[in-house]
Design a protein around this ligand. Structure first.
Ligand code: FES
Length: 331
């Protein structure tokens, strides 16, 4: 049995139990969602004792330096001391500047931030509304300084997405945490063949990564495969076609899974996006694969990439968590 402290209160932890699990077991109310070190909603701040190796895995340098720890990953050592994180420590205020409908189910939301963030293509932010409901969204093109842009797909029964899509108006006040995530484009990738495969609103992150790579002088080819169910859900198609005409290194192809579409426009095929990418590339160490979209798609594609010969350190996953990130009441 190990004992650790949160805000001066002692908690017992069994062997192999994380700080988060011990807190939940004791009935403590704490935000969490993924329990995998991804969403960063379960952070606590280290204030004393010896941190175990790996306790800050996945956090960026700024969060590490401030002593933040993902409580879901940290297996406590005896006498470890933490303090709770206040909303204002991690979130900044954001007001809804504009909405632009990109398709029947996707809206682009632009937020005006109370202070600039240094977001990179491939990173994401957590958005929290007035009642604490929080969701993660990847940054999309147009994000810079005091402006954050995200693509939101209206989901069936999606409390947050439906509210953003239909009801949230200009001036709506939110809180923003981030940018988060380390799967962003790096200068060392410059000579690689980038194969970016996206589904759903993962296109926002995918397009942003392609755009940033070009701006940073990427030398290799960039292939962007975008998968969606049908033509009606295809968005930013003409912008990507135009971008591929402007930049000869950018190759874009949309993949739809439903076949009853009549005539397909240019650059659209009926195929699974990853299968199409695997068909068109002999993957080797020159390739770097970036996967953007919902966890089920990203996880399946990551496995397929590995089985198709892409070294696992050259596969970058940008997945979204759609779970309710509010503090959960425990029995
Ligand atoms: S990072 Fe800990 S619950 Fe998501």
């Amino acid at each position: 049995m190990t004992q650790f402290f949160l805000d001066g209160q002692a908690f017992d932890s069994l062997e192999d139990e994380s700080v988060l699990d011990s807190l939940i077991k004791a009935g403590h109310k704490l935000n969490f969602s993924c329990k995998k070190g991804v969403c960063k909603t379960c952070l606590v701040q280290h204030v004393g004792g010896q941190l175990p190796v790996g306790a800050q895995r996945g956090l960026d340098q700024a969060l590490k330096e401030q002593g933040y720890v993902c409580s879901c990953l940290c297996k406590p050592t005896d006498g470890l001391k933490f303090k709770s994180v206040m909303t204002q420590d991690l979130f900044i205020s954001a007001s809804l500047l504009s909405k632009k409908y990109l398709s029947e189910s996707v809206v682009e939301v632009t937020l005006n931030l109370s202070k600039p963030i240094n977001g990179r293509a491939g990173q994401y932010v957590n958005l929290r509304r007035f009642d604490g409901l929080t969701r993660s969204y990847s940054l999309a093109p147009g994000s810079h300084g005091r402006q954050a842009v995200v693509h939101v797909r209206r989901k069936y029964n999606g409390q947050f997405s439906d509210w953003l899509f239909h009801r949230a108006g200009n001036g709506e006040q939110l809180l923003l945490q981030g940018p988060l995530g380390a799967a962003y484009y790096q200068q060392g990738y410059s000579a690689d063949t980038l194969v970016i495969v996206a589904c759903g609103t993962g296109l926002g992150a995918a397009y942003y990564i392609a755009q940033e790579a070009i701006e940073l002088g990427h030398q290799g080819d960039i292939f962007l495969y975008y998968g969606t169910n049908d033509i009606a859900e295809l968005y930013q198609h003409s912008q990507l076609m135009q971008a591929s005409l402007r930049h000869r290194q950018l190759h874009y192809l949309a993949c739809i899974t439903k076949t009853s579409q009549g005539n397909l426009p240019g650059k659209v095929v009926v195929a699974d996006p990853f299968d199409e990418a695997a068909k068109n590339h002999q993957f080797d160490r020159q390739h770097r694969v970036v996967l953007c979209g919902e966890p089920s798609f990203v996880n399946a594609s990551r496995k397929a990439a590995f089985l198709n010969g892409v070294p696992i350190d050259r596969v970058h996953a940008i997945a979204f968590e759609y779970k309710d990130l509010r503090a959960r009441e425990r029995a």
